[in-house]
Design a protein around this ligand. Structure first.
Ligand SMILES: Cc1cc2nc3c(=O)[nH]c(=O)nc-3n(C[C@H](O)[C@H](O)[C@H](O)COP(=O)(O)OP(=O)(O)OC[C@H]3O[C@@H](n4cnc5c(N)ncnc54)[C@H](O)[C@@H]3O)c2cc1C
Length: 427
């Protein structure tokens, strides 16, 4: 049996680990081909880099590769990075550690399996279904065949510069991942970050870590920061007794708001409880309702659902209080590069702001140039793609957002990977 896994970020690697560990040693020889152009496996968008500054936003005890061994990542940290356990930020540990952990677990699974695993360092251009099975064609036109095909292509690379509405090229505008390519930014007097979610907080931390001491301003349409992770977690509140499914987006919000007002739970607890119901609620909405949620309610959901490590949040609030940082509720209407350097940001409603640099941190898009694949169609909302049911092609991780909504975090993806492996191996 040949299985092709396209994409070697966290999702593709989780799929390979579970395939290698679930496949019986007595089964006829199998070959798992992982297509990933990058040399390093398991890192993808979220867990690449080497620094300590960007932290996981999920507690370490929830980040194991396996739902059956929930403390595995903690044990790995004890053995391989014990300093992370005594950091003030623990249980939120540096993100690159998670990439190293996945790469190590993959190489152990490969070494202990009698079946073959190959990393093909190529980008896939096409995956077509033919009578003899899948034909996978890479960008350099090399062809492979497989019985099953798994798409784990994750996020789109690059930035949506149209957000700046710039009338001329902006030499001093960078993407969230590009700070180190222009070290002058660390001595700037002012930086404006477009976005106020977790990606924007990463940028703020990286700027401060690099010595930037001037003013940092966050600009977002709703002017909302993520809430902090609370202590303990896992408390129950009265949402457990309610079913949100079949509520319209605004009715679901009203239900949650009433519960929060009646002090039966904090917003963070409600979001955690709501998470279990989110796929059913999302599935019960029409396309119009989903679109309306994305347009009007998404920032509220994101701020309670995707929370920041508590200490990081505290540090940011202190900066906002002492005016080293600011948070503007505004929408960029125009960006004008200035002859003297820097930029003038004009906001809808007439306000303006001069800044030395702009950093785009509006989050990462899922919609991307897919490998052209049989039985796959793009989601009308730009949230990834859908595989036709019952066909030998499977989608994993963020591109399933259109169908599931809750599909981007490791606790969700590892379960998908475990179930996918069982399905493919007929267990
Ligand atoms: C900044 C950030 C921080 C996050 N932090 C956390 C966290 O702390 N905890 C948590 O649970 N979740 C976190 N997440 C959620 C995250 O979505 C998942 O944890 C996970 O990283 C998704 O991995 P992926 O492999 O699906 O996608 P990606 O990381 O995007 O990887 C996709 C891979 O596919 C490859 N690829 C794409 N197209 C092709 C092709 N045609 N052929 C071959 N290869 C291809 C790419 O090169 C890439 O390596 C975070 C997300 C982001 C963006």
């Amino acid at each position: 049996m040949n299985i092709a896994v396209i994409g070697g970020g966290a999702s593709g690697v989780l799929a390979c680990i579970h395939l290698l560990s679930q496949i019986s040693q007595k089964a006829p020889p199998a070959r798992i081909m992982l297509f990933e152009p990058k040399n390093e496996l398991g890192r993808g968008y979220a867990y690449s880099g080497k620094g300590e500054i960007n932290l996981l936003n999920v507690r370490a005890e929830k980040m194991s590769y396996s739902s059956k061994h929930p403390l595995d990542f903690l044990h790995w940290l004890e053995a391989n990075a014990p300093e992370a356990l005594s950091s003030v930020h623990f249980p939120f540990v540096p993100r690159p550690l998670f990439g190293s952990y996945l790469a190590q677990r993959l190489s152990e699974s490969r070494d202990s399996s009698q079946h073959a695993f190959v990393h093909i360092r190529e980008k896939v251009a096409r995956a077509e279904f033919r009578a003899e099975g899948w034909r996978i064609t890479t960008q350099s036109q090399i062809e492979f065949t497989a019985d099953s095909c798994v798409l784990a292509t994750g996020y789109r690379e690059g930035y949506d510069w149209s957000v700046l509405r710039a009338s001329a090229p902006c030499d001093r505008a960078l993407g969230a991942r590009e700070l180190r390519s222009r070290p002058e930014i660390f001595s700037a007097a002012s930086v404006t970050i477009i976005g106020a979610g977790l990606s924007a907080i990463d940028v703020w931390r990286e700027l401060r870590d690099g010595g930037m001491s001037g003013e940092i301003c966050f600009v977002s349409r709703r002017g909302m920061l993520p809430l902090p992770h609370g202590e303990g977690g896992g408390q129950t509140c009265s949402l457990a007794a309610r079913r949100l499914e079949n509520n319209s987006p605004s009715r679901a919000l009203r239900t949650l708001r009433d519960l929060a007002r009646n002090q039966t739970g904090t917003w963070a607890q409600l979001a955690d409880e709501c998470r279990a119901q989110a796929p059913a609620l999302w599935a019960s909405w029409t396309l119009r309702q989903r679109r309306s949620f994305l347009e009007h309610l998404l920032p509220y959901w994101d701020s309670v659902r995707h929370r920041a490590p508590a200490l990081v949040h505290e540090e940011l609030c202190a900066e906002l209080k002492n005016k080293r940082a600011c948070l503007l509720k505004a929408r960029v209407a125009e960006t004008l590069p200035q002859p003297s350097g820097g930029m003038l940001l004009k906001f809808a409603g007439g306000r303006e702001r001069k800044t030395d640099w702009v950093v785009l941190a509006t989050g990462v898009a899922i919609e991307q140039d897919l490998p052209e694949a049989s039985f796959v169609k793009r989601c009308a909302l730009g949230l990834g793609f859908e595989a036709e049911k019952g066909k030998a092609i499977h989608v994993l991780g963020p591109p399933l957002k259109c169908a599931l909504w809750e599909t981007t975090s490791i606790p969700d993806i590892r379960v998908q990977a475990e179930q996918l492996a069982a399905r493919l191996l007929g267990a």
